[in-house]
Design a protein around this ligand. Structure first.
Ligand code: MD3
Ligand code: FE
Length: 199
């Protein structure tokens, strides 16, 4: 099944319970090597969503702006991209290109992500593939320009979203997370993995 909203392709329940559990184990290993941190926004307020990355590059933000780094802020290399996430990419995008970055976002019950575009990558020709794990999240999809009408859809654990073509540069955000809606993560919360080609 594929649900299309403004060119965003959502595949509900793409990962079964066993695959979700395996992926959580792999993400634990990423977080052990490259701990989650709260990026500082360019305007000086730390983000409530905590983040880390895997792959050749990791996403980072501070007072100087948003960018990709070769190393975790602690100085260690970013870990390898979780194999379960890589196989999702291969199944959907193919083997021609591997992603450069797997951004890992962790949301507690209070975290949200304001409307934004993903345009820190040099290459917009490849899709972004998003994998949701844990608590449900209300995902809002907007327009190429800021403002205007939006549409919202709940993302649930195991759902995969593909942001390609014209959808790649749509504004989007996470309005809220439904705490306690999933038992996948023992301490609750939501993980979102986005696989990206950076350059
Ligand atoms: C639509 N993450 O990390 S994933 C982000 O659930 C981000 O953590 C959200 O937005 C999250 O930048 C949403 C779905 C997503 C990712 C990239 C997109 C939607 C997108 C790029 C273009 C349009
Ligand atoms: Fe985004």
């Amino acid at each position: 099944e594929v649900v299309r909203v403004r060119g965003v392709e959502i595949r509900p329940g793409y990962l079964d319970q066993a695959a979700q559990e395996a992926l959580v184990g792999e993400v634990r290993a990423v977080v052990a090597a490259a701990p989650l941190f709260s990026p500082m926004t360019p305007y000086g307020k730390p983000m409530r969503v905590r983040m880390t990355s895997a792959g050749r590059y990791g996403w980072f933000s501070d007072r100087s702006g948003y960018r990709y780094l070769d190393l975790h802020p602690s100085g260690v290399p970013w870990p390898e991209i979780p194999p379960v996430a890589l196989s999702v990419w291969e199944e959907i995008v193919g083997k021609e290109r591997v992603p450069d970055c797997c951004l890992v976002n962790f949301y507690d019950g209070e975290a949200r992500m304001g409307m934004h575009q993903d345009r820190d990558e040099a290459a917009f020709g490849w899709p972004v593939v998003s994998i949701s794990l844990g608590d449900d999240a209300l995902f809002r999809i907007g327009n190429l320009e800021r403002g205007g009408r939006t549409e919202s859809v709940w993302l649930r654990s195991g759902d995969v979203a593909v942001l390609g073509g014209t959808a790649r540069l749509l504004h989007h955000g996470i309005d809220r997370v439904r705490a306690g809606s999933s038992q996948l993560l023992p301490k609750g919360g939501r993980l979102n993995l986005t696989l990206r080609v950076v350059d």
